[in-house]
Design a binder for this molecule. Structure first.
Ligand SMILES: Cc1cc2nc3c(=O)[nH]c(=O)nc-3n(C[C@H](O)[C@H](O)[C@H](O)COP(=O)(O)OP(=O)(O)OC[C@H]3O[C@@H](n4cnc5c(N)ncnc54)[C@H](O)[C@@H]3O)c2cc1C
Length: 271
């Protein structure tokens, strides 16, 4: 699909697609089997099931259901401040992210522990008509010249044209007889042609991680020294997670820097 116009994207779209939930009947049965009091109010508190998962798992260690801490917020804060991080691994959030660059996902996938990824393939999926992500600095008020955008836009158009030319040239010249299946040949063409696509090429990725991993990722990638594009995505994910699970992410503070970008800092570092 060759497009007349090359789309230049200004930022990501992030969908919170999957979350962990509690089967309250099973929890009640477990407590009853163990001869401990029914589900205490502390666990039931609020609509935030993610915090309940953390409390249920943490209390299993000492079979302390219904005892101690005054409420779930106090309980979670205590775990965070003592860096009892492993119980936060029971809660997972999955996001589909579109409108991010390949350079962003190259940095993202360095995060290993507790993360799962599924990314759009450049070998199976045709990149003719690809979109490109404008680096945040090029849209910043701190940049006074239009020239930087002109240079960037032209480079993207040239790369897109080179990709199409390479696909067409390979379609004509790559020997069909050396491939068992047509799809193998198509893959061989695309995997060669993608080498001329830039870091800014848009990609789509499904990321799932547990809360401990998300907290670490957000801390590292929303710090002032992180790349602006991944920082912007980390802070958007953080904002969604603060709304979704305030007890698990509410200790992060988001602030704006003089350059117009934002950073985020946790009260409890590397839990
Ligand atoms: C601003 C910035 C600049 C960077 N620049 C570069 C660069 O120039 N070049 C480069 O190569 N990388 C660079 N990185 C990537 C960085 O080195 C890490 O690979 C990445 O941030 C993932 O961090 P992590 O290993 O802590 O995370 P995860 O893989 O998510 O691991 C989380 C934690 O689990 C533990 N862990 C995970 N795996 C292991 C293991 N195998 N053994 C022991 N403990 C483990 C560690 O405590 C780790 O911190 C940069 C990162 C940032 C934030």
């Amino acid at each position: 699909m060759n497009k007349e116009k090359t789309d230049m994207l200004k930022g990501p779209k992030i969908y919170l697609t999957t979350r962990t939930s509690v089967d309250w009947d099973q929890v009640a049965e477990f407590l009853s089997d163990q001869g401990v009091p029914p589900i205490p109010d502390s666990i039931r508190a609020g609509s935030d099931e993610s915090a309940a998962v953390v409390e249920i798992s943490a209390r299993l260690c000492y079979m302390s259901y219904g005892r101690g801490r005054k409420d779930i917020s106090d309980f979670i804060n205590n775990l965070l401040s003592f860096k009892d991080g492993s119980v936060f691994e029971h809660v997972n959030y999955g996001f589909v992210v579109t409108g991010v660059s390949r350079s962003l996902t190259h940095e993202l996938v360095r995060h290993r522990a507790g993360f799962a990824y599924s990314q759009r393939s450049q070998r199976y999926v045709d990149e003719s008509g690809a979109s490109f992500v404008i680096p945040p600095a090029l849209m910043s008020d701190a940049v006074s010249s239009d020239h930087v955008r002109e240079v960037f836009d032209q480079a993207m158009k040239d790369a897109a044209a080179s990709y199409d030319q390479l696909v067409n040239a390979l379609e004509e010249s790559l020997d069909e007889n050396v491939f068992e299946k047509k799809t193998d040949r198509r893959k061989a063409i695309r995997q060669a042609a993608r080498s001329v696509l830039p870091n800014a090429t848009e990609t789509k990725i499904f990321i799932t991680a547990n809360v401990r991993a998300w907290r670490h990722f957000i801390e590292m990638r929303s710090a002032p020294y992180a790349d602006w594009e991944i920082r912007r995505m980390a802070i958007k994910i953080l904002s969604l997670l603060i709304d979704e699970a305030p007890l698990l992410f509410g200790d992060f503070t988001i602030e704006q820097l003089p350059d117009g970008t934002s950073i985020a800092t946790p009260l409890h570092s590397k839990v």
